[in-house]
Design a protein around this ligand. Structure first.
Ligand SMILES: Nc1nc2c(ncn2[C@@H]2O[C@H](COP(=O)(O)OP(=O)(O)O)[C@@H](O)[C@H]2O)c(=O)[nH]1
Ligand SMILES: [Mg+2]
Ligand SMILES: [Zn+2]
Length: 311
């Protein structure tokens, strides 16, 4: 059988022992790989090489029950965050980023804005899910999302505790695609996952047992198949920080597509859109065409990037 086109770097005939699969969970140094035949194998990266992420397609060689990851096949994208201490990979080959927010506890505008920038700079389509729509405070959260909605980012309201309604709202959007659930702790990611993947808890336990990893696996990132849907859903641990230190000035601008038309008006070709005279972006900020909150986030990301490169 010829390799599927999205795996162009699969040789038509590799070493007989080499098989292909997808990473469905990661636990420190080892990974769970789902082989093309649907079986799961615990795999280790070859040598000291790390860097594989959940969602990666990989070539592995099997040795008994375990395997080693020989290569990471070509990626469509990689979503990750970074600060001056370290880089944390969320997932690879993501089609849709589900940014989960809620009003109790109230989500952070800053973190939601960063997730959106992360999606756009990686070329991933974003969708904001406002969960806990049953709470009266949800209306306040919705108002705080207005600046993102104005940019054309879709926002849907759900109550994940209403399993049937959640399935009706989300499953059609996730069909045939790989989606990543991202959000702060307490926003309702696990509740959404359990509504969409009814046996998610059982799967999690099976993984933990196979890995001999016990209780510590609760913080792992994991890929689940949406039953009868052809889509996959990746659940990730909640985060309290979302550094984007790896993004340089040009990449940061990709996260602010609404600045684009205004940068054409800037007097200086190398304008940083912060303090320069004759800056089109600052003029748009002044007139209200660009939101103050978005421009403030832009300035924070630039300042963080500069600070991280200055020592
Ligand atoms: N009122 C309400 N509470 C919810 C909803 N979804 C989740 N919760 C609650 O919010 C808390 C955090 O949910 P959880 O799924 O664990 O969030 P996670 O940390 O993002 O995985 C739990 O107590 C849930 O029962 C919802 O739609 N409405
Ligand atoms: Mg959770
Ligand atoms: Zn400018």
């Amino acid at each position: 059988m010829p390799p599927p086109p999205e795996h162009a770097d699969r040789p038509a005939s590799g070493p007989a022992s080499e098989q292909y699969g997808r990473i469905v969970s990661s636990h420190g140094r080892h990974y769970m790989v789902e082989l093309d035949d649907g079986t799961l194998r615990k795999c280790f990266p070859r040598g000291k090489k790390g860097g594989a992420a959940v969602g990666d397609h990989v070539a592995v060689t099997l040795k008994g029950e375990e395997g080693s990851i020989e290569r990471i096949l070509e990626r469509k994208n990689l979503l990750y965050r970074s600060d001056d201490m370290r880089t944390k990979q969320f997932a690879a080959n993501v089609d849709l980023l589900l940014i989960v927010v809620a009003s109790e506890p109230m989500f952070s505008d800053d973190l939601a804005g960063r997730a959106l920038v992360g999606a756009w700079t990686a070329g991933v389509e974003p969708l904001v899910i406002l969960n806990k729509a049953d709470l009266p405070s949800a209306a306040l959260a919705m108002r705080r999302l207005a600046s993102l909605q104005k940019l054309g980012v879709p926002v849907i309201e759900i109550s994940a505790t209403d399993t049937e309604a959640t399935r009706r709202a989300l499953l059609p959007l996730l069909r045939g695609r790989c989606s990543l659930l991202l959000g702060q702790s307490g926003m309702g990611k696990s509740t959404i996952l359990n509504a969409l993947v009814p046996d998610a808890r059982a799967h999690t336990q099976a993984h933990s047992q196979a890995l001999g990893a016990g209780r510590h696996t609760t913080t792992a990132t994991r890929l689940y198949h949406l039953p009868g849907n052809g889509g996959n859903l990746i659940d990730s641990p909640g985060f309290q920080a979302f550094g984007l230190y790896h993004l340089g000035p040009e990449e940061i601008l990709l996260g602010f597509p609404e600045f684009g038309e205004h940068t054409a008006q800037c007097r200086f070709y190398n304008c940083s859109h912060r303090h320069e005279p004759g800056c089109g972006v600052l003029a748009a900020l002044e007139s209200g065409a660009i939101s103050a909150e978005r421009h403030a986030l832009y300035e924070r990301l630039l300042a963080e990037h500069e600070a991280s490169n200055s020592y």
